[in-house]
Design a protein around this ligand. Structure first.
Ligand SMILES: *Cc1c(COP(=O)(O)O)cnc(C)c1O
Length: 454
């Protein structure tokens, strides 16, 4: 019986050609070349044959074979990338880099049992938010706090809770200047629709006044939503109303401040300011200017945080233990006053021009020494905070420029190394911005450049 199973499994193993014709297999051959892909697939199939003969029951689908082959081609899933783009909170490259303290906390929570939902002193069930909430209260001045898995989720939950607290028709008032799309398909009108609230638009794209909001308040009004237009700016003939004024109108104000700045940076709204200004709920990201893990944090008045906790969506959006471990450690850095040094995101954003120039000079010197014949120099560049923060804010920076080669081909070569190095092509050269480089990235870049030009 078993032997028959084995025979069938061996017979079901796809052929090398079939795997490479399969869409994911063809893509693999496209990325790595047909010869390398064929060799990788063949070796995976040999291994599977061996394992099946030994009585194991591995996955033998084309998709599975491609995935295993990809790993042997250092094309393995989520992995390190060198960010030489100069965009600090690069959403495509993972936004914030965690502090050492946060990483240690994640490792401990991941590899051991924890007091996630256990009150150790009382010997009974506790809440997973018991530890983050006091830190957030202290740091923002809010009465209570809740953590979910991202800011988009926190916004949806805050609005859904506001809708669920009343009966009958529900309306949320928003300025037409704030009906925005954040990126990744997060559009305020759609989020509102999902929460069950009718959208009551007021004002115009460029100008909204307090009287516009006032005139729209009625018996169905459940909240006023204020959204930080994170990723764009309207300039010229503009007028908008701040949280402080909105809070005088009566309905609860939900402030989506997005970036989650706990310390001043550019003109980004500070979380504590929205709280002080009287927002019932202030929601923000954990992995933007806060410099922590992906998370959506809501702080605000205890009755509104309770309403969020009670809502069924809170369970659907709940933060996992690794996120909470990283977030608690990150917030502790703020509490201890060491955030600017501990958190890589903050130190990259705040590094002086001179420090960045030194990093660039050191890298350029290393490259000139180790890659003979390469044209290398250092030039002033412009870095950005990214992640939908401060779209027009230019952070002075320095880049190492690589020339004397076809730039697109060179950039492609740098991306093909392990770890891939992602820079920018500009003015016929590859620019590697030094502001976003982390310790050890210089060696990775030297190896990548060597491989790309050699
Ligand atoms: C970035 C942003 C969001 C989405 O945050 P995520 O944590 O990425 O879900 C929502 N609102 C505003 C104003 C933002 O800037």
């Amino acid at each position: 019986m078993l032997e028959t199973g084995k025979r069938e499994r061996l017979r079901d193993l796809p052929a090398v050609d079939a795997v490479l014709r399969y869409p994911a297999g063809a893509a693999l051959a496209g990325r790595h070349g047909r010869a390398a892909a064929t060799a990788a697939v063949r070796s995976v199939l040999e291994d599977l044959r061996r394992r099946i003969s030994a009585g194991e029951q591995p996955v033998v689908s084309e998709e599975g074979v491609v995935a295993l082959a990809a790993r042997t081609l250092s094309d393995r899933g989520l992995r390190r990338v060198v960010n030489a783009t100069g965009v600090v909170l690069h959403t495509n490259l993972g936004r914030s880099v965690l502090s050492e303290g946060a990483v240690a906390a994640v490792a401990e929570a991941a590899t051991r049992y924890s007091n996630l939902e256990y009150d150790v002193a009382a010997g009974q069930r506790g809440s997973r938010y018991d530890r983050a909430a006091p830190l957030l209260r202290e740091l923002t001045g809010a009465g209570d706090a809740l953590v979910v898995n991202n800011c988009a989720g926190a916004t949806l939950l805050a609005l859904s809770a506001a809708v669920a607290e009343g009966e009958g028709e529900a309306e949320v008032i928003v300025s037409r200047g704030q009906l925005i799309e954040i990126g990744g398909g997060f559009r305020i009108p759609e989020v509102l629709a999902l929460s069950g609230a009718g959208l009551r638009e007021v004002g115009t794209t460029n100008r909204t006044r307090l009287s516009d909001y006032e005139g729209a308040i009625g018996e169905n009004t459940r909240a006023i939503l204020w959204v930080h237009p994170s990723n764009f700016e309207v300039r010229g003939f503009t007028e908008s109303v701040g949280v402080a004024e909105l809070a005088t109108l009566g309905p609860p104000v939900v402030a989506d401040v997005g970036s989650g700045a706990l310390l001043p940076f550019g003109d980004e709204p500070l979380v504590g300011e929205a709280v002080r200004d009287g927002a019932a709920l202030t929601v923000f990201s954990g992995d933007k200017l806060l410099g922590g893990p992906q998370a959506g944090i809501a702080v605000g008045q205890p009755v509104w945080i309770s309403a969020m906790r009670r809502h069924p969506l809170a369970r659907a959006l709940r933060a996992d233990k690794l996120c909470l471990a990283a977030l608690e450690a990150t917030l502790t850095s703020y509490l201890e006053g060491t955030a600017a040094q501990d958190l890589p995101t903050l130190s990259m954003l705040r590094a002086s021009k001179e420090e960045v120039r030194q990093t660039a000079e050191d890298l350029a010197a290393k490259l000139s020494r180790e890659v003979p014949g390469l044209e290398v120099d250092v030039a002033p560049s412009v870095a950005r905070s990214g992640g939908g923060t401060l779209p027009l804010y230019e952070i002075p920076s320095f880049a190492v420029r690589l020339g004397g080669r076809e730039p697109e081909a060179l950039a492609e070569g740098l991306r093909a190394s392990d770890p891939p190095v992602v820079g920018r092509v500009h003015d016929g050269r590859v620019w590697l911005d030094a502001r976003t480089l982390l310790p050890g990235d210089d060696e990775a870049i030297v190896a990548s450049v060597k491989a790309a030009v050699g």
